[in-house]
Write a protein that binds this ligand. Structure first.
Ligand code: NAD
Ligand code: UD1
Length: 330
């Protein structure tokens, strides 16, 4: 079985490619390297001892995408490719709508034309907006607060309409909570350019002295210690969720949360990182970040029951693996 992985050089995509190769799938990657590096391909080969086919181009080019469908005998698609920085999407909304929507429309049109019916799509917990209660279940109301989130919600809607019109499609929408951690080899992980927006990449840069101090955004939230609570999930658990989604025999359109079902506050995450890695994270409390919510964590009952999804790694593991990666890559 040949799986097309779009955005396969990125953070979650690269870990998923490793899992797919380890499960003996053939893998074809498309990535324009707008937020990743080519050496990821070599690292994937080093970890798995297997080969992968790589195409470097922008999926907004339908003609280039057609060449891949023409040449490769694709049986299923996992669609990670997309831009994902919330703040940037507020500043450059048209770039986000164009990149995320056009690439997805091109992909879906070609899947239809070449009779490829199975797709797993990367959505996000951001589509739940400010949830009315916790834990968040898949049938909660949906809303977004920024263009990035709106592209995810729009693509979910497109997929639902496509299925409505053609129910031979087999569509899985995975709503990720907060992926952190890295491959245990230290070869793959998240290493954003410039100043990171997300908490764990920021902690990692402070830990290795690349940034001087972490700002904790608010300590007056309605949570255990006043700092924001999120559902952090190890990227290797998340990536394996995609293998389970591919293997899921249930047909139709399915939606699953992928997280751990457990909330961790900003201070709890920092304390754990310091404890397991024997480092000190220089930090200061500052005001809230606009748009942030108090707490967000998943109900993963549906993914457990229908996919057999069972997170294997805890917060300690996530902190250890993140530090191992950042030490090796600096
Ligand atoms: P990432 O930026 O590391 O990976 C995305 C990859 O897609 C990058 O390698 C990038 O170069 C590529 N890409 C972007 N636009 C492209 C295009 N037009 N053509 C070809 N390649 C293109 O991001 P990630 O963290 O691995 O996220 C993967 C997916 O999961 C994204 O769709 C993201 O929105 C979604 N997601 C991520 C998170 C998270 O916290 N990391 C949370 C929820 C959802
Ligand atoms: C962010 C995105 C969300 C995306 C998710 C997944 C925003 C507003 N939301 O969510 O759309 O789906 O990432 O990657 O960007 N924090 C600090 N200091 C920092 C960075 C973060 O205190 O330097 C706090 C935040 O206030 C929050 C927690 O850490 O309470 C987690 O933040 P972050 O990693 O950015 O993730 P989310 O806010 O959940």
């Amino acid at each position: 079985m040949k799986i097309l992985v779009t955005g396969g050089c990125g953070y979650i995509g690269s870990h998923t490619v490793v899992d797919l190769l380890n499960e003996n799938y053939d893998v074809v990657i498309i990535d324009n390297l707008s937020n990743s590096k080519k050496d990821v391909i070599e690292k994937i080969k080093k970890i798995t001892g297997k080969n992968v086919t790589f195409y470097e181009f922008d999926m907004c080019s339908k003609e280039k995408l057609r060449e891949v469908f023409e040449k490769e005998n694709i049986s299923s698609v996992i669609h990670f490719a997309g831009l994902k920085a919330v703040g940037e999407s507020v500043e450059k909304p048209l770039m986000y709508y164009e990149n995320n929507l056009i690439s997805t429309l091109n992909l879906l049109e070609l899947m239809k034309e070449y009779n490829v019916k199975k797709i797993v799509f990367s959505s996000s917990a951001t589509v739940y907006g400010n949830p009315k209660s916790l834990p968040i279940k898949e049938d909660f109301p949906l809303s977004t607060t920024n263009p990035y989130g709106t592209t995810k919600l729009m693509i979910e809607r497109i997929l639902k309409d496509l299925y409505q019109a053609n129910n031979s499609f087999d569509i899985t929408i995975l709503r990720y909570f907060n992926p952190i951690g890295a491959h245990f080899s230290g070869l793959l992980g998240e290493d954003p350019n410039g100043i990171p927006n997300n908490l764990m990449p920021y902690i990692m840069k402070v830990a290795v002295g690349k940034l001087p101090i972490l700002s904790v955004f608010g300590n007056d939230y309605n949570t255990i210690d006043g700092t924001g609570v999120r559902d952090y999930v190890h990227v290797c658990d998340l990536s394996y969720g995609h293998v389970l989604a591919l293997k899921n025999p249930k047909p139709g359109l399915k939606i699953y949360n992928l997280g751990t079902g457990r909330g961790t506050s900003v201070l709890e995450l920092i304390n754990t990182f310091e404890k397991v890695n024997g480092v000190t994270i220089n930090k200061k409390i500052v005001g809230r970040r606009e748009g942030d919510i108090d707490a967000c964590y998943a109900s993963i009952d549906k993914a457990k029951e229908e996919l057999g999804f069972e997170p294997r790694y805890n917060i300690e593991d996530m902190c250890k693996d993140s530090y191992n990666f950042v030490k090796k890559s600096n």
